[in-house]
Design a protein around this ligand. Sequence first.
Ligand SMILES: Nc1nc2c(ncn2[C@@H]2O[C@H](COP(=O)(O)OP(=O)(O)OP(=O)(O)O)[C@@H](O)[C@H]2O)c(=O)[nH]1
Length: 423
Amino acid sequence: MATQQIPVVVLAGFLGSGKTTLLNHLLRAGDGTRIGAIVNDFGSIEIDAMTVAGQVDSMVSLGNGCLCCAVDTSELDTYLERLARPSARIDVIVIEASGLAEPQELIRMILASDNDRIVYGGLIEVVDAAEFESTRARHPELARHVGIADIVVLNKADRIDDAARRALRDTLAELAPGRPVICTAYGRIDPELFFDRGPGEDHDAAVRQLSFEDLLREAAAHGEHHRAHRDEHPQNHRENDYRDSKEPNGHPGPNDPNDHPGPNDHHSHHDPNDRSVNGRCGHDDCGAHSDQDHAGHLHAAYESVEFSSAESMHPRRLMDFLDSRPVGLYRIKGFVHFDVPENRQKFTVHAVGDFLRFYPEPWPRGEERSTQLVLIGSGIDAPALRKELDNCRETGPPEADVNSMWGVLRYVASHDGDESGDE
Ligand SMILES: Nc1nc2c(ncn2[C@@H]2O[C@H](COP(=O)(O)OP(=O)(O)OP(=O)(O)O)[C@@H](O)[C@H]2O)c(=O)[nH]1
């Protein structure tokens, strides 16, 4: 018998636009809505997954590489299956795409799933107010991503002035006609706009948080294994097979679309009916349906470099590296360990274009101090970047003193938006 289906919302947006920040806000402000998060990192060190894992128990990570290019979607199917299991009592599943993913490919995967407990819940496209126009000049396909969104979040509104904000709103309204454009700072949106469903009456507060370990245990109890799943459900794993939507009117859209322009809105831009007979998503402008043809995908032009070090980093040498980073190196994220008196916290670092911030916090109990960085860019020299970072390590007795921290401390900002850093 049909039960209410769980909406699967795709959270997309270019590198560093604020997807993880928004997701963490939803997880904190969800007001009892049980959110299952699936995080897709581009680099093999899963920085986003680590950040989100601190906020939510029901989180699974699809690391390394763009999910949109997965020829074998069984991993996604497996995770959707786990999160949608009635015992998980999840109200909504959010997939945070990598900053280079093609959202229409993710949508296609969700629509193609034969899991009848889930339903595609809409695309939220996060736009970096400070970077959008220059990024769009380099990647015109971003306009297409905005064009297929159900809700556009104009994030980092704090970084531009009123006139620029008005101009951007107009541009986005043109790119996504009829779709709501919501201006935010630090992704602080009203969760009601995204999630139609509050917790059901049968939701016992005591069991509200189900840990990922619980999900794994449950999976083990069911003898579930990635391969087993594939063997059991070979129909899930056809390659280049675009099935029709399982349920043409599958959107739950419990909200009155006139009340809440949420992604589950019946007027969603992605009505499953809006698909041609071969099951493709039906958008003329999608242009990237072949699993082999990713030349037009954003990530085709980008590569990621991972760097890890058990040794502490010399702050001045690291700042020299960051200050002289090549233009193509658009995104850096990770954690840095400095062995400097009074500065031995975990320094989370984010660079997005010219933007650079450090966020010092105590190291979580039991977490080994180390530096882990992911660098993402276009036309970058990976071996040279790794070598430069290697040179920032303190391989002998720590040389850095408090004074050498000044360069770093100039860029310290708190997570809640205290913008004290220089640019
Ligand atoms: N000033 C400002 N900074 C923001 C805002 N939202 C996010 N940031 C900062 O932007 C940086 C990147 O944010 P993330 O949430 O990690 O961005 P993302 O889209 O998940 O990044 P990728 O997954 O790498 O694509 C972090 O330093 C955030 O603190 C905002 O509204 N204003």
